[in-house]
Design a protein around this ligand. Structure first.
Ligand code: ADP
Ligand code: MG
Length: 326
């Protein structure tokens, strides 16, 4: 199967067959020409983000192709969510060792299932032979003035986080043989790792409410650090208030803290908002159907303070040193 046949069979037809979106497609020219054309609504800025997934670094070779495709698109959509943008379209640059039907069929199915769930279209891409890697670029639209940025956090703002943290890292620890779970519990956390759900509805609902936002891909401590640097502020986090699943809450406290503070792969939104907007944050949460938890506040003093339930500071090496946990 040649490159063009592969594109036509797995990506072009599927792109044209999908039409779940009530609104007209913003992709006015799709796969097949030298460029795709995307027309955002009048007055909207285009929001663009790219993420690459490389086998062995970002995913395990054991992951099912449907799930891999879902995750590759979902993590990109999570970036749009963090900006409060509405997704319109995406492109796919795919390298794989050979044109493997057993891989491509389920990969395309997983990709379009996620695309259809969000009403977006595959507008183009590139296909080449090489070590398995997946690079997706998403295109969205957002009103320029209310796009959520990392730089808007102000001293006195509350810090909030969506959903639950740490399950994806717990699944990774199980894969690494550093934690053990029963079969049902493992399936739950594995789902969190392999099928993250981008918080697009929450991101949109937080426009005009949140003062800053970021999506959690590398772990709360690291990602919050980006917000603090961009906003030139500090923060205090209540580590034991961070939301977690019952499965994670049943683990050793040190492992729990590692997973919620530095877990990575959560794809939840971390955002700040003035205390006067608490009711508006709760309203956005209800509108989006996504739970949110208040977990700290922004300080004028630089640096990050992480406290336990008793208000005692946790040492920074707690989460850094944890990798040696065996
Ligand atoms: P060019 O050589 O002009 O870059 P290509 O031959 O790479 O064009 O691609 C032909 C068409 O197929 C283009 O419209 C491109 O966007 C699309 N395409 C290529 N690979 C993919 C893919 N993996 N998914 C979706 N569209 C693709
Ligand atoms: Mg090309």
């Amino acid at each position: 199967m040649g490159e063009f046949e592969l594109i036509a069979r797995h990506f072009k037809r599927a792109a044209l067959s999908r039409r779940t979106r009530a609104a007209p497609s913003r992709v006015t020219l799709g796969i097949g020409d030298d460029c795709a054309l995307i027309a955002p609504e009048a007055g909207m800025a285009m929001a663009v983000s790219t993420d690459m997934l490389i086998e062995g670094r970002h995913f395990l070779s054991t992951v099912a192709p449907e799930r891999l495709a879902h995750k590759a698109l979902a993590v990109n959509l999570s970036d749009l969510a963090a900006c409060g943008a509405e997704p319109l379209a995406f492109t796919l640059a795919l390298a794989m060792p050979r044109a493997d039907e057993a891989f491509l069929g389920p990969f395309a199915a997983g990709l379009f299932a996620c695309a259809d769930a969000h009403g977006i279209e595959l507008a183009g891409g590139d296909t080449t032979a090489g070590p398995l890697s997946i690079c997706i670029t998403v295109f969205g639209q957002v009103p320029q003035e209310t796009a959520l940025l990392r730089s808007g956090a102000r001293a006195g703002d509350d810090l909030w986080v969506s959903g639950r943290l740490g399950d994806a890292r717990l699944a990774l620890e199980v894969f690494r043989g550093r934690a053990t779970l029963g079969a049902a519990a493992f399936e739950g956390v594995r789902e969190a790792m392999e099928r993250p759900q981008p918080r697009l509805a929450l991101g949109s609902a937080l426009r005009g409410v949140a003062s800053s936002a970021i999506d959690l891909s590398d772990g709360l401590i690291g990602d919050l650090g980006h917000v603090l640097a961009a906003s030139q502020v500090g923060a205090t986090i209540d580590a034991d208030a961070l939301p977690r699943s019952a499965v994670l809450a049943g683990q050793d406290v040190a492992l729990q803290r590692l997973c919620v503070l530095a877990g990575g792969d959560d794809y939840e939104l971390l955002f700040s908002a003035p205390p006067a907007r608490r009711a508006a944050v709760q309203a956005a949460s209800r509108l989006a159907g996504t739970p949110v938890t208040r977990c700290g506040h922004i300080d004028a003093a630089a640096g990050l303070r992480v406290l336990d339930a008793a208000g005692q500071p946790l040492p920074a090496n707690l989460w850094h040193g944890f990798d040696h946990f065996a």
